[in-house]
Design a protein around this ligand. Structure first.
Ligand code: NAD
Length: 542
């Protein structure tokens, strides 16, 4: 035990932050007592990356690839990020969605090296003590979940930990947030997933979820402990159920540096798509009218951010909300309905009831329709043809995930609109040929927003994350789309350029943070340079 804990070469090989594996030089091997503990000939990081690429290439199962990468992260952090950053667009779906979903579902059956901090509600009163067991004392970024609404997979209890781990890997891989400042956290308040509770391998508390005042007191203790231990830390809430996500964000957004990517990041990436679409149609945001299919958290979050953005361009906020109308399972959300939740009421329209979506399209004549209903095929031929009849360039955004739930496919939207639809979706679709022209659908992936937001907050040591920062981020995403991309219908930057795109967005958001006196550091002469200087590069220290 003592040998492993000391600063010996053997301990070095087991410290993922310092380990270089076979890339330790001959001098280092002599200096740190590593001679004999490694095959004799030193290699390079580049060759190590090539070895991992080849190993991954031999696996045909994405979960196996996930596990290989996860083991690598536990063994050699520099190599892990060198691999991810060699091709973020390829590795994103392996360390995050969709593969991470399966990893979370099987968490208790594939559990290996533990990562991050678990805070069980049974430790109430001692959360600061538990958090303090984390070895890094300057944490700047926490992604935290309580595992209740993991992706579209529901309550996965402590298995949800895969999400903060994967998401933080993307903060680093896609925007260069240094991993040593990042901490994944899972709050274990129990689970209502009976099959987990019955599984002998389940690793979380064997109790049903705690709700109400006890739950909020637990959240509060967590937030306070973070403030005391890591005063410059931003807390990002992830995959909480709506009933908790909304009140938590409302409680803390004006008190500490915090945001919720499911709510705010989603809204921002949709708004970025709108700004991109307007670059094609040449119209103004304030002239748009959007009709949402779905009235849940995604719909209301997007509708609110678009309304705020319209208000910044001069519309009264109530008039702006009137331009964002929701249609849910019970029809058009009109003022006379008695079943609306408080968060839906601001969007209720003074209008007669309408019970089918196509009728609503005819009645409201929207410039864009956004699908966040979780139900496939509801943007049918009649709907798309109606949109194409009303608009020269109809905006068609089926955002429901996964692909099997998309309200329509790219091909359907393009075909039924005679190639005129401006299309983006939640799940990816390949290019489509219509009348000899190749059209490229965009994917409204939150990854365009959250890593950049993290980098901006990290570089400026921001005190708050405001709604307007998400509007700035959305504009910064859209302004990077080239005219060549727009000509093919693509309204987001290519994912292969996510790193460059993120740094651009981070610099724009950082500028806003300085302009609004939300930074804890002095404004530098060149904000782009500041961001670049804070970026993590996966390279072995000399
Ligand atoms: P939710 O369950 O809160 O809301 C679903 C809404 O759809 C409800 O208002 C419901 O009434 C409505 N609905 C259900 N069936 C309907 C029908 N037949 N006709 C009309 N309305 C119907 O879900 P959510 O969290 O708001 O997410 C919705 C979808 O958006 C999900 O598929 C999710 O994957 C997707 N989403 C995508 C992104 C992204 O791509 N960036 C981000 C967030 C959410």
């Amino acid at each position: 035990m003592s040998d492993q804990n000391s600063n010996s070469g053997y301990a070095l090989l087991r410290n993922p932050r310092l380990n270089k594996g076979s890339a330790f030089s001959e001098e280092e091997r002599r200096a740190y007592g590593l001679e004999g503990l490694l095959p004799p000939v030193p290699t390079t990081l580049t060759l190590q990356v090539a070895r991992i690429h080849a190993e991954l290439g031999n696996l045909d199962n994405d979960l196996q690839k996930y596990l290989l990468l996860s083991d690598l992260q536990a063994r050699n952090e520099t190599l892990f990020y060198a691999v991810l950053m060699s091709d973020p667009a390829t590795f994103m779906p392996l360390v995050y969605t969709p593969t991470v979903g399966e990893a979370c579902q099987k968490f208790d059956h594939i559990f290996r090296a533990s990562r991050g901090v678990y805070l069980p509600i049974t430790a109430r009163g001692r959360l600061k003590e538990l958090l303090d067991n984390w070895p890094m004392k300057d944490v700047r970024f926490i992604v935290v979940t309580d595992g209740e609404r993991i992706l579209g997979l529901g309550d996965l209890g402590v298995g949800g930990m895969g999400i903060p781990i994967g998401k933080l890997a993307l903060y680093t891989a896609c925007a260069g947030v240094p991993p040593e400042y990042c901490l994944p956290v899972t709050l274990d308040v129990g689970t209502n997933n009976e099959s987990l509770l019955e599984d002998p391998l389940y690793l979380g508390l064997r109790q049903h979820r705690v709700r109400g005042a006890d739950y909020m007191a637990f959240i509060n203790e967590f937030v306070q402990a973070v403030q005391v231990l890591y005063p410059r830390c931003c807390i990002q809430w992830e995959d909480f159920a709506n009933i908790n996500a909304v009140p938590i964000l409302e409680t803390y957004r004006d008190k500490v540096c915090t945001y919720n990517d499911d709510i705010q990041g989603t809204a921002a990436v949709a708004l970025a798509g709108m700004y991109g679409a307007l670059r094609i149609s040449g119209q103004k945001l304030t002239d748009q009218r959007f009709l949402f299919l779905g009235g849940g958290s995604a719909a209301t979050g997007i509708a609110e951010l678009i309304s705020q953005a319209m208000a910044l361009e001069g519309l009264d906020i109530a008039a702006a909300r009137d331009r964002n109308t929701l249609f849910d399972i019970n029809g058009l959300m009109v003022k006379s309905r008695t079943d609306l939740a408080d968060f839906q009421k601001p969007f209720a329209l003074d209008h007669a009831p309408v019970s089918t979506f196509v009728e609503a399209v005819h009645a409201l004549r929207p410039t864009g329709i956004i699908g966040v209903s979780t139900v496939p095929k509801l943007f049918n031929q009649r709907v798309i043809e109606a949109m194409a009849e009303i608009n020269e360039r109809p905006i068609i955004f089926p955002y429901s995930n996964p692909t099997s739930r998309s309200e329509c496919t790219a091909e359907e939207a393009y075909r039924w609109s005679g190639g005129r639809a401006i299309f983006a979706s939640g799940s990816p679709f390949g290019p489509v040929e219509i009348a000899g022209k190749i059209l490229v659908p965009g994917q409204g992936n939150n990854v365009y927003i959250f890593p950049a937001m993290g980098m901006a907050v990290f570089a400026t040591e921001a005190t708050r994350v405001t709604e307007e920062m998400f509007i700035v981020a959305a504009k910064a995403v859209a302004e990077q789309v080239t005219d060549k991309s727009l000509a093919t219908g693509l309204i987001y930057p290519p994912q292969s350029q996510i790193f460059e795109a993120s740094l651009h967005v981070a610099a724009r958001v950082a500028e806003y943070i300085f302009d609004h006196k939300l930074a804890r550091i002095e404004r530098p002469a060149d904000i782009g340079k500041l961001v670049a200087s804070r970026v993590y590069h996966p390279a072995y220290a000399a």
